[in-house]
Every structure is written in structure tokens, then in C-alpha cells.
Design a protein. Sequence first.
Length: 128
Amino acid sequence: MEDNTMDLQNTDLQGGTLQISTEVLAKIARCAALEIEGVAGVSCGKQNKKLSNLLEASSIQTPVAVEMRDGTATITLHLMMRFGARIPSVAEKVQENVKNAVQNMTNVTVSRVNLVIAGLADADAEQQ
């Protein structure tokens, strides 16, 4: 049984604890990835939007996965890249932005940001 919350010890809080769901960490990671030029979307691959939303809702394969181990997070994102983007360069920027965003917003240490390039969006395709 997977625990979807993490207890954070924060000395700035008096009289209580802070728990942040891994779903919140995943949402931060998704938003941070989408801020990078060259990323067309965070998705498991080329599906139509209805199928993609159904898969995400049923958790068959989620586009963002967060694994907590020994107080640190490993984040895996499935990305759709824009046609013409230099994938290695964009990937480095995504990794850095995701790691910084999660750590700055939550104080959770991110040990790794793994990326899976799940597809390539056409130059004319709308952003997912």
C-alpha cells in the first residue's frame, strides 16, 4: 500500500507537522515542465484528449510519477516535445526547472528528475 503523503519536519512550524501529498509534488513538476520552451505537453503519448484524460484519471499510466524514498523524491515525467526543439537541451532545462520548483516550494529534496520523451507534437499542433 503506497503512502501518498510525506511528513516534513519543519522547525518553522510550531505545534504541528506538515504533510504534502505526492500528487501536489507531481502537479508542481508538471507545471514547471510546461514552463520550458520546447515542451508541448506532459502526456503518456499520442492519444486523443478524451483517452488521455481517461488514462490519467484511472492511473493506468500517469504522465508524472513521484516516488519517495528516505525523504527524497524521484520524479519521472512523460513529455511531448515540440517539433524542432533540441531535445537534450530542453531536457536539461526541464530537469533543472522541475527540481528547483519542487525544492523551493516544498523543501522536499529531489534526487532525480527522469524524463521520457513520449512523443513529438507537430509544429501546428495545439498545446495539450
